[in-house]
Design a protein around this ligand. Structure first.
Ligand code: ATP
Ligand code: MG
Length: 429
């Protein structure tokens, strides 16, 4: 016997029982972004490997060890996208969307791929909703991005479970000065660093700041602080952002060790974190990347954005029991028909109902069965009402209208008045 085929480790099926929650989440975010004037962009899942090397940075975890990279049949090196910002910038440049200072407020949704160790909240194929804004340089737009996520947490009912962590990385010049100071400080203490941090000391020293190793963190207590190296412009920008968040009443904590994994950030960086999901606590992360577009061959163009991890937010909704009951009901009405003649009439009636009530979620019994079996299926479908067409109903040109959730008695309704009756009942439900 051949071995059963299985999905790739860390790449999950989202089964029909889970889909309503995904659609609820995605729909909620989409309409919220619509409401703030963001427009959707869809990029390919595969890009030239070079794109990610150039944008994310050669010495980041993603590029060093997490990318799904392969040669296609032409021998070109391609990569399954590990994140969306690089592709989005590539698309914006390729189509001239940021030319002449045009402002773009964009969002995207889709799968991302990283070869990480799968665990709760961490997968090899996972999904993000990302937002990117081009050609708006001020802290007002940074604040808007945070405000809209804050609103989203409110709509989803998870506000109390998330905390906003905020930091400023300064300009790349300011960061370079700080990097030297940090390296000087750590170099003489190199022996006390963990192995990963030793390696990063030469390649990407700022990442040492968010090391999870306690001994390394202890060593960092007296290290130079990035906040003391901020350039004036970044300081003013950061103050402007904080003033706006204060004015809007959005709580935050300054986390001076927040550096983010990718090379391209400057000035504002932020993360929304929760303590409800164990180690995988960051549900949304982003920041400003004013140098990235130029680094990728475009004219100087400011950028700022964030990405949220859909799996983690769905886990959070489940953990906090914030899954609205209504999303799981996918059927309004279930039509049962007994016998061939009733089936034919029932089918035609169902199609007329669909014409008259667009959006009606109507399931017609398939696979025949006696009255009892069909009603059982009707009940299991979650429908509010069953419509029953039997021989008597056929003769009288009526249909049995049976409330399934204890809302009233069964009644016979004339075909002609059915759609009106149904519409009225569903409106009340
Ligand atoms: P982490 O520190 O958890 O690895 P990250 O800094 O690598 O996160 P980003 O690249 O900023 O993550 O991605 C934005 C968001 O996407 C994260 O905050 C998280 O919610 C989600 N995310 C990132 N990697 C994964 C993954 N492997 N599985 C599930 N969600 C992920
Ligand atoms: Mg990561």
């Amino acid at each position: 016997m051949s071995k059963t085929l299985q999905a790739i480790r860390g790449m999950n099926d989202i089964l029909p029982d889970q889909s309503p929650l995904w659609r609820y989440f995605e729909g909620t975010v989409a309409s919220l972004l619509d409401g703030y004037g963001y427009r959707q962009i869809r990029m390919p899942i595969v890009e030239a490997t070079e794109l990610f090397k150039r944008s994310i940075g050669e010495v980041t975890d993603i590029v060093e060890k997490e990318m799904y990279t392969f040669d296609d049949r032409n021998g070109d090196s391609l990569t399954l996208r590990p994140e969306g910002t690089a592709s989005c910038v590539r698309a914006v440049l390729e189509h001239g969307l940021s030319n002449n200072g045009q402002v773009q407020k964009l969002w995207y949704i889709g799968p991302m791929f990283r070869h990480e160790r799968p665990q709760k909240g961490r997968y090899r194929q996972f999904h993000q909703i990302g937002v990117e804004v081009f050609n708006l340089a001020g802290p007002d737009i940074d604040a808007e991005l945070i405000l809209l996520t804050w609103r989203l947490w409110g709509v989803l009912g998870i506000r109390d479970a998330v905390t906003l962590e905020l930091n400023s990385l300064g300009t790349s010049e300011a960061r370079a000065t700080y990097r030297n100071a940090l390296v000087d400080y750590l170099a003489v203490r190199g022996e006390q660093l963990d192995e990963d941090s030793k390696r990063r000391l030469a390649t990407n020293p700022l990442r040492i700041l968010d090391s999870k190793v306690p001994e390394t963190q202890a060593l960092l207590v007296d290290a130079p602080k990035l906040a003391n190296y901020l350039d004036d412009e970044s300081q003013v920008h950061f103050d402007g952002l904080k003033a706006r968040l204060d004015a809007a009443g959005i709580p935050y904590v300054i986390n001076t060790k927040l550096v983010r994994g990718l090379d391209y950030y400057s000035k504002t960086v932020f993360e929304w974190v929760t303590d409800q999901l164990g180690a995988q606590g960051t549900v949304c992360a982003g920041g400003r990347y004013d140098g990235l577009v130029e680094q990728m061959g475009g004219k100087p163009t400011t950028g700022v954005g964030f990405a949220m991890g859909i799996e983690r937010l769905i886990l959070l909704l489940e953990t906090l029991q914030q899954v609205p009951e209504a999303i799981n009901r996918q059927v309004d009405v279930y039509l049962c028909a007994l016998g061939e003649a009733a089936e034919l009439e029932g089918l035609a009636l169902a199609e007329r109902l669909r014409d008259q009530l667009p959006g009606l979620r109507l399931q017609v019994n398939a696979g025949a069965g006696n009255f009892k079996t069909q009603l059982k299926k009707a009940d299991k479908s979650g429908a509010l009402y069953a419509l029953v067409m039997g021989e008597d109903e056929l003769v009288q040109q009526v249909i049995g209208f049976k409330p399934l959730r204890g809302q009233g008695e069964q009644d016979n309704i004339a075909w002609a008045g059915l759609s009106q009756h149904l519409a009225a009942c569903l409106k009340q439900a």
